[in-house]
Design a protein around this ligand. Structure first.
Ligand SMILES: [Ca+2]
Ligand SMILES: [Ca+2]
Length: 164
């Protein structure tokens, strides 16, 4: 992008050297701002969680709704997931227990509860319907910072702790 814009300014007539210099500087600044803007946008959460089907809550091993850089490598549940001990990221044999770093709730209407221990025990946080948290390792988003790489079970609020 920067190269393209520099190329443009260099095509100004040589007789307007002073003006060209100012324009080059101005274009350079615009290019810098555009680059910053693009970086700041990152990937929108809505697009990143497209691989989590409507009606499900899903989680991924890395931040940004992906596992090993792959967006459809996830664990999902429709009602509950009682024990992640033997769970693997979809399409892999890679263990998912104690590895969740981003979560999404695309369920029907109720919050999804994420627990640090199996069978809905230990500390948990509620993830509101229609929301997500792209990084369980920080306090921004919809989950506290203390849950990164700890999740071992999860359920929707409408299913009690007998849910299997
Ligand atoms: Ca992780
Ligand atoms: Ca755990």
């Amino acid at each position: 992008m920067t190269l393209e814009m520099t190329g443009k300014t260099m095509s100004f007539p040589a007789s307007h050297t002073g003006r060209t210099l100012r324009r080059t500087l101005a274009s350079g600044m615009t290019a810098a701002i555009l680059v910053l803007g693009t970086t700041g946008l990152a990937t929108p959460a809505s697009a990143a969680t497209a691989d989590c089907p409507s009606g499900y809550s899903c989680f991924w091993g890395d931040t940004g709704y992906r596992t090993d850089s792959v967006e459809n490598r996830l664990v999902r549940f429709y009602q509950c997931y009682r024990d992640l001990e033997t769970a693997t990221w979809s399409g892999t044999s890679s263990a998912a227990n104690d590895r969740a770093s981003s979560v999404s709730n695309k369920g029907q209407h109720d919050p999804a509860y994420y627990y640090v221990d199996a069978r809905y025990r230990g500390l948990f946080f509620p993830l509101p319907y229609g929301s997500g948290d792209g990084n369980l390792g920080d306090s921004s988003g919809n989950a506290p910072a203390s849950f990164n790489d700890k999740i071992s079970s999860a359920r929707f609020a409408s299913f009690d702790t007998d849910c299997e």
